[in-house]
Ligand binder design. Structure first.
Ligand code: S3P
Length: 172
């Protein structure tokens, strides 16, 4: 059964918040990829990057996504870099729908400004850098997406409503 929902998008696109909302409204179990990886490795993402490097972290993401092919009724909040590997996207599509959450660079900056757990942007928290990286990734995100939902200046409930409406057609 292909009933999982994979939330993808740039850091700060609102994946965790929207996952929480889909959990509350639909009883889906939340799987936060970063949290699972942190739990397994016994350290924070930024420390994993520091000690083992980004490539190691990317392998952990792929391993986890392959495992999720066997699971159901999940809302998966994917790490922002997860859709960059095509094998990851293939794994997502085997068990569910891929929902691309978008946000403008300024919105992302506001949402991530006060947290320090994202090594990819930690030293470059400014609109230009965020816009540049987002642009580099856009094609991959768009290619992975079954549906796309904008999140700027919207409530999580509103966003969830649009997601549920749009994925209906895949579930009938
Ligand atoms: C990353 C996004 C992060 C986390 C890691 C790398 C990325 O997840 O997986 O820091 O490359 O975009 P969030 O998108 O949940 O912040």
């Amino acid at each position: 059964m292909k009933d999982n929902i994979f939330l993808i998008g740039f850091m700060g696109a609102g994946k965790s918040t929207v996952a929480e909302c889909l959990h509350k409204c639909c009883g889906r179990e939340i799987l936060e990829m970063d949290q699972v990886i942190e739990g397994r490795e016994g350290m924070e993402i930024s420390r994993i990057f520091e000690i083992h490097g980004e490539e190691y972290f990317r392998r952990l993401e792929t391993e986890l996504l392959l495992e999720l092919q066997e699971r159901e009724n999940l809302v998966v909040s994917c790490g922002g870099g997860a859709p960059l590997r095509s094998c990851n996207v293939e794994a997502m599509k085997k068990s569910g729908q891929v929902v691309f959450l978008t946000a403008l660079p300024q919105t992302v900056l506001e949402r991530v400004r006060d947290s320090h757990d994202r090594p990819v942007i930690e030293q470059n928290k400014n609109v230009d850098f965020i816009a540049g990286l987002m642009e580099k990734r856009r094609e991959k995100y768009e290619a992975a997406a079954d549906v796309t939902v904008a999140t700027d200046a919207r409530t999580p409930e509103d966003i969830c409503g649009e997601i549920l409406e749009k994925i209906k057609k895949f579930q009938n």
